[in-house]
Design a protein around this ligand. Structure first.
Ligand SMILES: NC(=O)C1=CN([C@@H]2O[C@H](COP(=O)(O)OP(=O)(O)OC[C@H]3O[C@@H](n4cnc5c(N)ncnc54)[C@H](O)[C@@H]3O)[C@@H](O)[C@H]2O)C=CC1
Ligand SMILES: CC(=O)C(=O)O
Ligand SMILES: [Mg+2]
Length: 570
């Protein structure tokens, strides 16, 4: 662990970091390294003379050079490898580059390319980043945490790699996801990169390809499950709480069997949330609120079909349902407007063995009595679309192509402005391509996707396609929580985040505008969400009281900007 002291120049206010490293060790530290931008004075004082070419670059020139190198790579995977290497070499330059070129770089740092990077993790591995907590080390988790380079950590994103995007079990390769998510915490939410820690809980893998791969770097063992798994996670959480009592812990890409139960177990014990359940629900709710306003209707009048009744699907349905109740429907009325379809078809009365989070959305038999069905034992999406006449269709199944031409055209025949959100990631798992949806609906659909897509041109009209991804929410949510030191993450914060996001949408005021602001606005969107979340935390009594002006100051001060600080020895 390397400790350094931050002071400010009393005249200019510039940050001065007193660092305990010199020479090659300093150049090898990604947080302190400025590469060719080390000024003359620092080169002299910190033992760098001769170790760098003599010319002193500005950060802007370094960005230009790095961008040239990024562009020269032949594939997105190569570009991902390049950016990861840059992140491990010089974090200020990495963040400034991805901030300046966010539309080009975010899909490479994050979905879709991060999916491929997880699948090939053991083949493209270059440099350590993050903490691997492997099951055989379960007695020593405190020691593992003490080995990390950071003394202070504000945010951990943790996965066990079992449900990486829609790609299934990636074992230790799942580490790519916490690394990518935390990069977005910094890029979009301004969380200081030195205060983030990606964690992979390595409980083995059931992916035979990984177990048979001689290069696989994870623990070669079938997944530990049941009581042993729970006890291991409990040890991890306790160790984290001992070392970082004020930390925000984000659960990411756990399989359905663990995602909900872990959230229930820990949500009242520390400041924690599950991004796939709650972050996704907030971004989907914000997007839907913007869409219904754009078409001049109310949320309470919608009928919602959700394809894939898992962590994300049920989380989204719960939050949309709560928002409908907020618009005056009773809970029973609101729930009757949701049709959730999973592998066994529509969730409905009479299904036995459903987990409680799905049971909350079963449709009563009476509601389906008039439906004419080819296979009454399996009510599929096509049946739901033609009988329930949904106005909103959301895909979180990981099943590519599930929104077929027939399904989308039927929906469009029954509703003038269908809202269609194929949210599965990465791109290869998307339920329908935006170009298909817009062609099948003759430009009437409002579309947003989980992974990024280029604008669609249909019949001479240009339709920008928003990325409805939890990355719009968690950076701002985290920023708001950290700014006011919230002790818990409440449901109210996700509603506040959703409404703040909807308020930033250009769609209600501009025809054919995207449902969400462009990625270039990510920092300002996160700022708006952070303010709303921080105020909600105070209102809910999980953060100390502060005036709105004070909250604005706290949020502003928390937002780190990639720029070099002045370095001195110590
Ligand atoms: N856009 C975004 O921000 C987010 C997108 N996602 C994506 O959503 C997908 C699902 O994620 P989770 O809900 O966490 O996974 P999950 O495994 O909890 O849920 C997926 C559900 O889809 C169901 N399913 C699979 N095949 C099906 C079929 N043929 N017909 C009907 N249902 C089927 C599964 O049984 C399961 O219940 C993933 O692709 C993930 O990348 C997840 C979180 C955020
Ligand atoms: C975006 C995200 O969290 C997922 O696809 O799992
Ligand atoms: Mg996820």
């Amino acid at each position: 662990m390397i400790d350094f002291k931050i002071t400010r120049d009393p005249q200019t206010g510039e940050e001065i970091w007193a660092v305990p490293l010199r020479g090659p060790l300093l150049l090898n530290h990604p947080l302190f390294n400025k590469g060719t931008a080390f000024p003359e004075q620092e080169r002299r004082e910190l033992g760098l003379l001769g170790l760098l070419p003599p010319h002193v670059d500005t950060l802007e020139i370094q960005v230009e050079r790095a961008y040239e190198a990024f562009r020269s790579k032949p594939t997105d995977l190569e570009r991902h490898i390049y950016l990861r290497a840059l992140q491990d070499e010089n974090e200020v330059l990495f963040y400034r580059l991805i901030q300046d070129y966010i539309e080009e770089t975010m899909p490479v740092v994050y979905t879709p390319t991060v999916g491929e990077a997880c699948q090939l993790f053991s083949h493209i591995y270059r440099h350590p980043r993050g903490l691997f907590v492997a099951y055989p080390e379960r007695e020593h988790i405190d020691e593992l945490l003490a080995n990390t380079p950071q003394r202070h950590v504000d945010v951990i994103v943790v996965t066990d790699g079992e449900r990486i995007l829609g790609l299934g079990d990636q074992g230790a390769g799942g580490m790519g996801i916490p690394i990518g998510k935390l990069a977005l915490y910094t890029l979009c939410g301004g969380i200081h990169p030195a205060r983030t820690l990606p964690v992979l809980l390595d409980v083995g893998t059931d992916n035979p390809d990984l177990l048979n791969d001689p290069l696989y770097m994870g623990w070669r063992h079938p997944r530990v499950r049941g009581a042993e798994y729970d006890a291991f996670v409990e040890r991890f959480v306790q160790a984290v709480m001992r070392r970082y009592p004020n930390l925000l812990l984000q659960w990411e890409d756990f399989a359905q069997a663990h995602a909900g139960p872990l959230l229930e177990r820990y949500r009242d014990r520390l400041c924690t949330f599950n991004d796939d359940i709650q972050g996704t629900a907030a971004v989907a709710t914000g997007t839907v609120l913007a869409a219904v306003e754009a078409v001049g209707t109310r949320l309470r009048d919608q009928v919602v079909a959700v394809f894939g009744a898992g962590s994300a699907g049920c989380g989204i349905a719960e939050q949309l349902c709560a928002a409908m109740v907020g618009e005056g429907l009773s809970e029973t009325e609101a729930r009757s407007r949701f049709f959730l379809i999973d592998r066994t078809g529509l969730l409905r009365e009479g299904f036995s063995g459903l987990p409680p989070f799905q049971r909350a959305f079963v449709q009563p038999s009476s509601a389906l009595a008039s439906w004419r069905l080819d296979r009454p034992d399996h009510i599929g999406l096509a049946d739901v679309v033609s009988h329930a006449k949904p106005t909103i269709l959301i895909g979180v199944s990981g099943v590519a192509g599930a929104f077929t031409e027939t399904i989308v055209k039927t929906m469009a025949d029954l509703t003038p402005r269908p809202i269609i959100l194929p949210l599965s990631n990465p791109t290869s798992r998307c339920e329908a391509l935006p170009a298909q949806i817009l062609a099948w609906t003759e430009g009437r659909a409002l579309v947003a996707t989980g992974s990024p897509f280029a604008d669609v041109v249909w019949s001479g009209r240009r339709f920008p396609v928003s990325q409805c991804n939890n990355s719009y929410v968690f950076p701002g949510l985290g920023l708001g929580i950290l700014a006011v030191g919230a002790r818990r993450v409440t449901q109210g914060m996700f509603m506040a985040a959703a409404r703040a996001l909807a308020d930033t949408s250009p769609a209600p005021t501009l025809p054919d505008a995207p449902l969400l602001p462009p990625l270039t606005a990510s920092r300002s969107v996160s700022h708006c969400i952070a303010l709303a979340v921080a105020k909600e935390a105070i209102a809910a009594g999980v953060a100390a009281p502060a005036s709105d002006t004070e909250v604005e100051r706290l949020v502003h001060e928390r937002m780190w900007t990639p720029a070099y600080a002045r370095l001195t020895g110590c």
